[in-house]
Design a protein around this ligand. Sequence first.
Ligand code: DAT
Ligand code: MG
Length: 149
Amino acid sequence: MERTFLMLKPDAVQRGLIGEIISWFEKKGFQLVAMKFLQLTPEMAAEHYAEHGGKPFYPGLVAFITAGPVVAMCWEGQDVITVAREMMGATNPAKALPGTIRGTYAVDTGRNVIHGSDSPAAAERELAIYFRPEDFFNWDRSLAPWFTE
Ligand code: DAT
Ligand code: MG
């Protein structure tokens, strides 16, 4: 089973959308395996967004992502990396389709409520920033056979 890193950004937390957005992934059929409520330090933000260092939006991005607590999560499931990105919608919420999370809850690229890993390598790298091995729970969900063959 594939795992991905998802994070509810400070805007989602401030707007009271934690439960609602987590519900999308529960209802879809994915399984939560780790979760942490924390505020990123500038050092963590720099590590998380290393690929964007030097870009014009980078200082604003780091200021935003460190501005308040976030919900960091690991989710597991069939093709969860790709499917979660599809569920999130385009980076620019103005371009995100209705029926996606960003298309439903956001209007501004700099306030797009959720982060999700974009590849298996990114998922592995990002999960290691936020979680230790003992933070992951392998638990049997009784409904599992009703979600996947
Ligand atoms: P995504 O979050 O969809 O993976 P990304 O990795 O290209 O998108 O960028 C990371 C975050 O940086 C993105 O969620 C919001 C911010 N960002 C990206 N491009 C931006 C831009 N042109 N202006 C402002 N913020 C931007
Ligand atoms: Mg990205």
